[in-house]
Each structure stands twice: as structure tokens, then as C-alpha cells.
Design a protein around this ligand. Structure first.
Ligand code: F6R
Length: 261
């Protein structure tokens, strides 16, 4: 796991965009894994700038979302497919038909999860997965107690996550759905490169557990310690509880330029 502690808020977005740009140059038809929430927004903004400048094009690539609320109507602005269209698809040149998520409106949710797993596998798997992290240590919506081998399935959101996400629903926690479909931890671990971004003191404990805690279903993000290629991009507040922060900083500063992410 590579931990990068940024000093400016935009730096993490730029570093993640660098990793994506490098991947797309190598493999224009790359498969991206995209997250919703606040954390990846700087990445999508930076990618949008680069697409507008012509330095990168996602026209041949495709993207899979991590998760979706169950039951939000198609025109709901917080339906994750709508959020990803607004925050990612509309900023870059990816083909909207090539961006998909689990179907939280399916009559048969169990089958929808299986269909989604198959779609990811048929696309050849995810080359680079963007992740945020919940204050309770969730990745995607794998809440504490999730199996570390889980696949895409229905989950119940914790009250902590629903409170955290109430800001997207006008502050009304009751408007936040109770259920979601989410890629499992086992699904996420199959991505070839995982780039997790986190900022703010509210994430500091979850980040400490992710990087330095014991692997445990109580902090689902700790499963990423088992993955061979994870990059964690943090601001100083999110990194504030890391015991080895100065080592991570020294390592990144002394990193040879050829090493990349
Ligand atoms: C979003 C997702 C969640 C968020 C996490 C952090 O698709 O799967 O795991 O990444 O809840 O959310 P923010 O970035 O809003 O703090």
C-alpha cells in the first residue's frame, strides 16, 4: 500500500488523474471503477480539465459504479447513476452508454447483483478503481461486519452512514434510503489498481485503521491491505492519526520518477 499525504487540497485529485491518464495512454479501452460522494469530485474535475485540453480522452474507455441506493426513482438527483452522470460523465468524453451501475430499481434485486457481477467480468474486470472511505471504514457500501470475500449484494446502511449522507438529502436523514446494492469487498479486490482518496479529520480514524490497523470486518477498508496495488491519497487532516506519517512522506518525496503509481 502506498500512502501519499498531500499538502494542498487539489494535489490528491491531480495525482489520481495522473494515474488514470497514464493508464488510458497505455490502454485507451481501460475499464474504470468510479465512486460517488464528495471524495472523488476533485479527480473528476481534473479529468474534465484534461479532456477539455485534449491531453487525455476517455472516449474508448468504460466505467462501472460501486453502488446504488435501492428504490430511488430514476429522476431522483441523488440516485447514484444520476450523480455519476452529473459529476463524471458530463465532465469527460466517456460514452454514457458505457457507464453502468447496479440496478437499484430492479424487481429482482438478487438477480440484478448477479447480472452486475457478470457485466464487470465480461468487460475484463476493472483496471483502476477509485474509492472513498466512510467514517465507519466502509468501502463502497460494505458496512462493518461485511464479509471480506463478499460479492455484489444488497446491504443495509448503518445509521452513521445515513447520517453522513443526509447532507445530500437536504439534511433529512429519513430521506436517505436504508438499503443499497454494492459491489462486495471480494469484487473490489479484483480491480488491478485501487486508488482511495480521503480528506478531512472525520476520516482520520478510518484511515488509520485502513493503513495501520489489523485486517478486520469491523473496518472493512482494512481488506485493502491484502491487495498488491493500492494507492491511498490523503490530506493532512485525514492523515492526522497515522503513526508512520513521516515515513510515508519521506518515502514519497524520495520516490524515483520512473516508479509511477
Ligand atoms: C460511494 C461510496 C462510498 C463513499 C464513502 C465516502 O460510491 O461507495 O463508500 O466513497 O461513503 O463518501 P464521501 O466521499 O462523500 O465522504
Amino acid at each position: 500500500m502506498e500512502v501519499v499525504i498531500s499538502t494542498t487540497p487539489d494535489e490528491a485529485g491531480k495525482l489520481a488523474a495522473d494515474a488514470i491518464e497514464e493508464l488510458i495512454r497505455r490502454r485507451p479501452e481501460a475499464v474504470l471503477g468510479v465512486a460517488t460522494g464528495s471524495s472523488p469530485l476533485l479527480i473528476y474535475d481534473e479529468l474534465g480539465r484534461r479532456v477539455a485540453e485534449g491531453s487525455v480522452s476517455l472516449a474508448k474507455s468504460r466505467a462501472f459504479m460501486l453502488d446504488e441506493y435501492v428504490g430511488l426513482p430514476e429522476d431522483h438527483p441523488q440516485r447514484y447513476l444520476s450523480v455519476i452522470r452529473d459529476e463524471f460523465v458530463h465532465k469527460v468524453d466517456v460514452d454514457p452508454a458505457q457507464v453502468s451501475g447496479p440496478d437499484g430499481l430492479a424487481a429482482d434485486l438478487v438477480t440484478a447483483c448477479e447480472v452486475y457481477e457478470r457485466a464487470i467480468a465480461d468487460a475484463g474486470g476493472v483496471d483502476l478503481q477509485i474509492l472513498g472511505i466512510g467514517t465507519d471504514g466502509h468501502i463502497a457500501f460494505n458496512e462493518p461486519g461485511s464479509s471480506l470475500a463478499s460479492r455484489t449484494r444488497i446491504k443495509t446502511l448503518t445509521s452513521q452512514t445515513r447520517r453522513d449522507n443526509a447532507r445530500f438529502f437536504g439534511g433529512n436523514v429519513d430521506a436517505v434510503p436504508r438499503h443499497c446494492l454494492t459491489q462486495g469487498i471480494g469484487t473490489i479486490l479484483e480491480a488491478r489498481h485501487i486508488v482511495l482518496v480521503a480528506s478531512g479529520r472525520g476520516k482520520a480514524e478510518a484511515v488509520h485503521q485502513l493503513v495501520e490497523g489489523p485486517v478486520s470486518a469491523m473496518w472493512p477498508a482494512t481488506a485493502l491491505q491484502l491487495h498488491p496495488h493500492v494507492t491511498v491519497l490523503l490530506d493532512t487532516a485525514a492523515a492526522s492519526r497515522l503513526q508512520l506519517a513521516s515515513y510515508y512522506i519521506e518515502t514519497f518525496q524520495g520516490k524515483p520518477s520512473w516508479q509511477g503509481f
